[in-house]
Ligand binder design. Structure first.
Ligand code: FEO
Length: 384
């Protein structure tokens, strides 16, 4: 049993067996499904955990609760990594009320075929729940990351229970940097919903917050200001780093050679440069890096008169997350008809605030003298 404060306890579980979170994200350091308990005159449980951990989670609750039965289960998010054990909870604790909003209970019926109408407490944005020495306040957070999501604020201990927000990949006790895995998590899962995150941050700005209890990752206390400021940047699609990500794929090494020349030229100008081989890099890492840099260069062979598939997939992942506010440089290659530059420009046609570098590197098979000059000019342009 982990005690966070005198009245707040951690009841979550760590998943070290998972290979892909949400069926798509590599999580080499596992995943945490967090659940919390507040003990006041009434006892409150926040969210359940992934289905496979039902026994461990119920055992954690028993350890925290002792003989006392919980009075409320607050359901902040109905995605199954948090909601899967609602029925198990409801059956074990038949007197507990279920606290959610109208959408919560609609989704509950869809998932489980029932939503316990006689036990529901249906809240609206801003409603409060008196649990004794404090009233918990509900703050709706639609599309962060589903429409029914709501946060809960405990004014007594200045704790914000933030559903998926401010979470990260990795188990609760993963020994890793918060920033990289939190960024990859945010961009991957919530990146599309920057406008909704911005409006939520405005609501949260009026709260006095000492700690953030997300449903993933560890409890955030000392880092809370840094974490919130990162969310301000990410949700506004502003660049975190002034520099260049070169995202490329290469079939026989000729496109890669052009990338290496460009990389060296940019570095010699003192720029922060990173490369990502899209055929071999975890795509979610490359996507998160693309969001974090101020400029990117995309280098692609032409393949079946289209973009090379790893590059096509990369661009699709960027667009899925409303990629915007960037300068994009292009290196294309094609033996009898390079098409990649046109395809890249077409792909971003409807994206906001995308500026293409004027100097395009257009390779026919291998890097020519003319290409070397194009690379030099592209490096000049990207370094301004
Ligand atoms: Fe952690 Fe949107 O679920």
């Amino acid at each position: 049993m982990e005690k966070i404060t005198d009245s707040l306890f951690y009841a979550g579980v760590n998943d070290y067996d998972i290979d892909l979170f949400e069926g798509q994200y590599l999580v080499p350091n596992g995943m945490a499904y967090n659940s919390y308990v507040i003990k006041d005159e009434k006892t409150v449980v926040f969210d359940t955990v992934e289905k496979r951990f039902v026994d461990e989670w119920l055992s954690n609750l028993s350890d925290i609760l002792g003989e006392k039965a919980p009075d409320y289960l607050i359901i902040q998010h109905m995605e199954p990594d948090h909601s899967a054990n609602i029925v198990a909870f409801a059956e074990k604790y038949p007197d507990a009320k279920l606290v959610g909003n109208a959408k919560t209970f609609n989704f509950m019926t869809q998932f489980f075929g029932k939503s316990y109408p006689e036990r529901q407490i249906v809240v609206k944005d801003g409603d409060e729940l008196d649990i004794g020495s404090r009233s918990l306040k509900f703050i709706f957070a639609p599309m962060v990351h589903w429409p029914e999501v709501m946060f809960t604020y405990d004014p007594k201990e200045k704790t914000l229970f933030s559903a998926d927000a401010f979470g990260k990949f990795g188990a609760y006790d993963a020994d890793e940097d918060w920033l990289d895995e939190a960024r990859r998590y945010y961009i991957g899962i919530v990146g599309k919903y920057g406008a909704q995150v911005q409006s939520l941050l405005k609501k949260a700005a009026s709260l006095d917050i000492e700690r953030i209890c997300s449903l993933h990752g560890s409890v955030i206390d000392e880092m809370k200001d840094e974490v919130i400021s990162k969310y301000m940047i990410w949700s506004s699609y502003e660049a975190e780093k002034n520099g260049v990500l070169i995202a490329y794929a290469s079939i026989y090494g000729n496109t890669k050679y052009a990338v290496e020349i460009l990389e060296e030229k940019l570095r010699s100008k003192g720029l922060d440069v990173k490369t990502a081989d899209l055929s071999r890099t975890d795509m979610s890492k490359a996507v998160a890096e693309a969001f974090s840099y101020s400029k990117i260069v995309i280098a692609s062979p032409t393949y079946n008169n289209e973009l090379f598939p790893p590059v096509r997939d990369f661009i699709s992942e960027l667009k899925e997350r409303n990629f915007q506010k960037k300068t994009i440089g292009i290196i294309e290659n094609g033996t009898w008809g390079p098409q990649a530059a046109k395809k890249i420009k077409d792909a971003f046609e409807n994206s906001k605030e995308i500026v293409f570098a004027k100097n395009i590197v257009s390779i026919k098979s291998s890097v020519s003298e003319e290409n070397s000059e194009q690379i030099r000019m592209l490096a000049e342009e990207m370094s301004i």
